[in-house]
Design a protein around this ligand. Sequence first.
Ligand SMILES: Nc1ccn([C@@H]2O[C@H](COP(=O)(O)OP(=O)(O)OP(=O)(O)O)[C@@H](O)[C@H]2O)c(=O)n1
Ligand SMILES: C[C@](O)(CO)[C@H](O)COP(=O)(O)O
Length: 245
Amino acid sequence: MSNVAVIMPAAGASRRFHDKNYKKPFAPLAGRAVWLHTAEKFLNRADVKQVIVVIADEDMEEFQRKFGANLAILGVEVCRGGDERADSVEKALAKVKPDCDLVAVHDAARPCLADKWIDAVFEAAAKDGAAILAVPETATLKRVAQGKITETVSRESLWQAQTPQVFRREWLMEAYTARAGKAATDDAALVELAGHPVTIVEGSPLNLKITTRDDLKLAEQILKILPKPKLDGFANPFAGDDMWR
Ligand SMILES: Nc1ccn([C@@H]2O[C@H](COP(=O)(O)OP(=O)(O)OP(=O)(O)O)[C@@H](O)[C@H]2O)c(=O)n1
Ligand SMILES: C[C@](O)(CO)[C@H](O)COP(=O)(O)O
């Protein structure tokens, strides 16, 4: 069995979420914060040895006030994020325990995970060194400029990357060392650049990234149909509190 460290980026600005009360990782979803739903998917796994949630500087004080006691119970570590998602991952990567041979990066904004998808991408990464969940592109894609279509882009062989994205620790370290501040909207892009092949594991459109308020409504419905993770003795720290208001 691999020893997996999970990095959960939750330090974004949630600009597209347009909620004056909450950033999306902290928004209430079926009675608890989005990030807690996401963390739960990993916390009871025997192969997960470390969970690091990445929080923006501006949110750290409130986050610790609200969740500090539960973080200790759950063994979730906290790390300060950076300006870009890749900066946040890079900061957390420096805290990954050396005995973790795999590192899984999973958006805190993707709470709708099923164990079978995690199992599949972890297994593929253990075998191949790098693997990500993704779904085949099913829409017709248009390139647009000034509100007009300039090109219809073939969707042939196009997949939508998701997370978890899972890598041998040394490959991900190497990729981030070589990054030199380059922008990257996912971690696989940096591992590809470092010359390592990344295996695609077909996931599900249900593994939704919460980006807008409508996505939150969708996530609530999806959670109803996903198998629930078992989490004995977990106190719900989000007891309708208004800490993010
Ligand atoms: N500097 C950043 C930017 C993003 N993220 C995290 O990376 C995940 C995916 O990013 P995205 O969905 O783009 O979140 P935001 O950047 O917050 O969204 P927006 O672009 O609407 O501001 C989210 O869990 C987000 O919190 C992060 O940890 N640090
Ligand atoms: C990592 C990711 O979820 C894969 O689809 C996506 O790239 C995150 O992009 P965002 O702009 O940071 O949401």
